[in-house]
Design a binder for this molecule. Structure first.
Ligand code: FHN
Length: 443
């Protein structure tokens, strides 16, 4: 009996996350991955009934709002100023190539017309309309790809049981049936992949909610997410649809890209992010907010500057990664002016310098405080990001240089190559406050 128990314990602790078995991506999927990798810049949208409270998308958990009270919110949600074309135009003008929007966040409210639940924008709000439909149409018209964020965790549905680490103090939750919850998610994903045309990808989030946590370290995952079935379902419905999961682990079989939340690949600056050893070879995507909030937050005025935003695009690209930059629309359907203005500025920069970002891979040397490299074919772009220095050193630079000049002025750049690397002089009068780009053509 003891022996049996210990085997059982072993299996429980080391239970594998069951992945889509021997997943071989289709040709369309591989092409979509390449497209994604080239795209480099996307718009993240966190929008839900929580925007009414202006306190971020976690407000239900953070304020422990009961199920009954939270259920009153949809009746106040009437975003009459929502204009999908305006959103898509804003993203396109900012140089973004795709949009990822929350179809359903942790509060469990579906922002689309779903037959799998009554808790939807169509059935519970005075607005009565599916917002994903016009967004999908506007994206299609403008050549922007549409991705759906989909929360695995749910603070509203009783069938999300066993409950996870979060939302435990929300009054009014009851016990339910995990397998029914899985079936519900499959039904919704089927709708999302059937009713909105070709979908760029599904962006899963919330896996971490079901990891054991002793206050210091995470333990095993308590549930079977049925990723094998869910990922297969998605790829069967739309083979090109890219699957990413914000689980902060090494990619699981069946996934097509890897994301890094508020973190450059391999840094794990948040402490709960992805370890360097878990960074895989799939296309990468870093996501970040313009202020500090994902969902609309009335009091969050810590908006990042144009310089910070552009430099984050550049550093992400230096790791070969996309940047998915977030806005949290207001309850009336508009995006706050500060963020519209930030995106306009970023767009201007991308129009002038996008050639050094789009369709590039990370350069030969990883980004550091001073610089980041991007590369396409024989051309490298060295982005000088520290405007306080005039002399730079690129350790272990190996390439044979044919020409080296400032990207904007086309003037030659003073440099010297030694056996240890390359010294570069960037005098103050040649500097750009945001990013001094140097184009290096290799022999
Ligand atoms: O809990 C979510 C959060 O609300 C937001 O959606 C971000 C986006 O990356 N992901 C989760 C936190 O890890």
């Amino acid at each position: 009996m003891k022996r049996f128990l210990s085997i059982w314990m072993f299996l429980l602790i080391f239970q594998p996350i069951i992945a889509q078995e021997s997943y071989i991506p289709t040709k369309e999927n591989l092409e979509a991955r390449q497209w994604f990798q080239d795209a480099k810049f996307g718009l993240f949208i966190h929008w839900g009934v929580y925007s009414i409270l202006g306190d971020g998308e976690w407000v239900m958990n953070n304020q422990n709002i009961s199920i009954d009270d939270y259920e009153k919110l949809p009746s106040f949600f009437n975003p009459i100023d929502f204009d999908a074309d305006e959103w898509v135009k804003m993203a396109k003008d900012a140089g973004m190539k795709y949009i990822t929007i929350t179809s359903r966040h942790h509060d469990g409210f579906s922002m689309f017309d779903s037959q799998a639940t009554d808790y939807t924008i169509v059935k519970k709000t005075p607005y009565k309309k599916d917002i994903l439909k016009p967004l999908a149409a506007a994206c299609k018209r403008e050549g922007i790809k549409l991705f759906f964020y989909y929360s695995l965790l749910d603070w509203h549905d009783d069938n999300y049981f066993p409950r996870g680490r979060t939302g435990t103090k929300i009054p009014g939750r009851s016990d339910g049936d995990w397998e029914v919850y899985i079936a519900f998610m499959k039904a919704q994903l089927t709708e999302l992949l059937t009713n909105y045309g070709e979908i760029g990808g599904i962006w899963f989030d919330g896996h971490w909610d079901q990891k054991e946590w002793d206050g210091e370290i995470f333990g095993k995952v308590k549930v079977d997410w049925h990723y094998d079935e869910i990922y297969k379902l998605i790829h069967d419905l739309q083979p090109q649809c890219l699957i990413g999961n914000n689980h902060h682990l090494a990619p699981i079989e069946g996934e097509d890209f890897q994301m890094f939340e508020r973190d450059l690949p391999g840094h794990n600056t948040t402490g709960w992010g992805t370890d360097a050893s878990d960074v895989g070879d799939l296309p990468k995507e870093v996501c970040e907010t313009i202020n500090g909030s994902w969902g609309f937050n009335l009091k969050d005025n810590k908006h990042k500057s144009e310089k910070e935003l552009v430099q984050y695009i550049v550093r992400s690209a230096g790791y070969g990664s996309n940047l998915l930059l977030n806005v949290g629309p207001m309850p009336n359907g508009e995006i706050q002016l500060e963020h519209i203005k930030s995106l306009e500025k970023v767009g201007e920069w991308m129009r002038e310098n996008g050639e050094t970002i789009y369709k590039t891979t990370g350069g030969p040397v990883a980004p550091n405080d001073d610089m980041a490299f991007t590369q396409r074919g024989n051309t490298m772009y060295l982005h000088i990001l520290n405007d306080a220095k005039e002399l730079f050193f690129v350790e272990n630079f190996k390439g044979k240089i044919k020409s080296m000049h400032y990207y904007k002025s086309k003037e030659k750049v003073n440099h010297k190559i030694s056996e240890y690397g390359m010294f570069i002089e960037v005098p103050n009068n040649k500097k750009d406050q945001i990013d001094t780009i140097i184009e290096i053509v290799l022999k």
